[in-house]
Every structure is written in C-alpha cells, then in structure tokens.
Design a protein. Sequence first.
Length: 220
Amino acid sequence: MKIAPSILSCDFAVMGSETRRMEDAGADYIHLDVMDGHFVPNLTFGAPVIKAIRPYSSLPFDVHLMIDNPYDYIDDFADAGADIITFHVESRSDIGKTIEKIKSHGIKPGLVIKPQTPASAVFPYLKDIFMALVMTVEPGFGGQSFMEDMLPKLKEIRDEAERQGASVLLELDGGINEATISMAAAAGGDVCVSGTGVFKAPDAKQAIERLKALCEKERG
Ligand code: DX5
Ligand code: ZN
C-alpha cells in the first residue's frame, strides 16, 4: 500500500518543511487538496502555493482538484510541478478534454468520485486514466469519519478495468487511519490518503510504518 499524506492537515505556517518531513517519514506521494469554495464549501490553496513547496520534496505530487472548472487550471498546476492530477467527474469541465490536457503536459490523470456517485461514472475513462480515486468522506474537510460503505466501489472499478484490459491504480481518500486502513487494504486499494492520521501523529514515521504494517497483515 502506498501512503499519501494530505498536506491539508499540516502546519500551514511551514508547508515546505512539513512536505520534507513527510518524505523523511517514508511517504510515497504528497497529496495536495485544492478547494475553490464552490465545488466544496471550503477554500484551501492553489498552484502558486504548490509551486512554492515543490522544491522541498522529490516525491510525486498527487494534486486533488476539488474545483468547479479543472480544465481551466491544468496549465497552472502543470507549471507548479504536479505529477498526478485527479479531478472530479462531478465537476463542470469536459472529462475527456481535461484528461487529454493533463496528458499533454506529461502528467498522469486521475478521476475522483464523491460518495453519492456510482463507480460506473469512471468506467468510460478507465483506459485513459492512471488512477481512480474513491472518496471515503464527503470532500471538503479533513478529519471526518471513514465511510465503509464506499468500499465495494473498489472491486467494481477493478473488475471493470480487468474486463476492459485497463490498468488503473485505486486510491482512497478520507478518514483513513490505523482503525480503518485494514478495510481499505482488504477491499483492494493501492494508495491511501491520510491527513490527520499522519500529520497529527506524534511520530509521522512510526505512523506510516504502522499503516503499512496493518495492510501487510491484512493481505498476508
Ligand atoms: C477531503 C480531502 C482529504 C482529506 C483527508 O476533502 O480530499 O484528502 O484531507 O484527511 P483525513 O485523512 O483527515 O480524512
Ligand atoms: Zn484529497
């Protein structure tokens, strides 16, 4: 299991060193939650902030866009140094065109579904995307409770991808910590985002090691 700490739970006064701290702690990706106050009822940060922290880590930057019009901002996030850009199927942008625009920058595209959106919403795009992200909370805020009933979506997406001969990474986001990650592993997740579970732990390295150990134990 790959662990992607969400920078949303970091100390915003020192985002650069918080990013480096996650790399030192053994993180696989840095997950960056971009919110516009329209698509979700919260505002976070945009491309200039991501660009500013880019030099602090060589880990892949996994940028999760919770914004109404992702297509209009792909160039900015590419310039900021994103490696993976995931955007919501529920956004207003044309999905196919947005995937193509992300790919035109050499960046890996991903699609995200909110809890009320069925897994089938990503099926038409499985051959074109690197990652499918299943939200396990309502997007907008860190520190919410894990929605276990989202887990069957992982198998649905995996089965359909196999049927199509597509290979996609499955990411889960929201409420993942030591109490819930075993369920994510059992359900077939490849990447788990964890905000509060890692950033607020007394020792981030130990927290990531424990999360990975729980997954290994689950998968045997
Ligand atoms: C929610 C964000 C998540 C969130 C994860 O809208 O996409 O990445 O910050 O935080 P925790 O792990 O605290 O639920
Ligand atoms: Zn996220």
